[in-house]
Write a protein that binds this ligand. Structure first.
Ligand SMILES: [Fe+2]
Length: 156
């Protein structure tokens, strides 16, 4: 049965918030990764890659806020430290020393990881009947798969 935030049990809200915090952490780490690559990318495709990495970090900056605020709507704590996010995130930071192709590949894999994390978060929300979180996660997962395709297309 569909449940809104107030109708969810404390345990359900905690479990969903945990999955959302994982999503926020990976989105935030990828925001920084995209800005890092936006700054440091080199090569003949500098212009479009500089722009694409900017599109990604701008999208992710908005998304991390939407996900964190959903956690607060569930009356749970949103992890707000970089150290905490880095500890949780399966996506890791990069020193920014890489070729343009390596950057594309690293960002593609980050987008695929994010799509999987968001799909899992949506599935967990659905198990608890939390349709509204599920919807947010599905939409975000689709956005990450779109970015993964944009990046993959560069390497074809
Ligand atoms: Fe810039």
């Amino acid at each position: 049965m569909t449940q809104t935030a107030v109708a969810l049990s404390t345990d359900a809200r905690a479990a969903i918030a945990e999955a959302l915090n994982q999503s926020v952490a990976e989105t935030a780490v990828t925001t920084m990764l995209a800005q890092n690559f936006h700054w440091n990318v080199k090569g003949m495709a500098f212009g479009p890659l500089h722009d694409l990495f900017q599109k990604i970090y701008e999208d992710h900056f908005v998304a991390q806020d939407d996900l964190a605020e959903r956690i607060r709507a569930l009356d749970a704590h949103a992890e707000g430290t970089l150290a905490g996010m880095l500890e949780r995130s399966k996506i890791k930071e990069h020193d920014g020393h890489a070729t343009d192709k390596e950057m594309i590949k690293i960002m593609q894999e980050a987008q695929e990881t994010l799509a999987a994390t968001l799909a899992g978060c949506g599935e967990l929300a659905a198990e608890h009947g939390d349709t509204l979180t599920e919807d947010l996660c599905i939409a975000r997962g689709q956005d990450h798969e779109k970015f993964a395709w944009f990046l993959r297309a560069h390497l074809a």
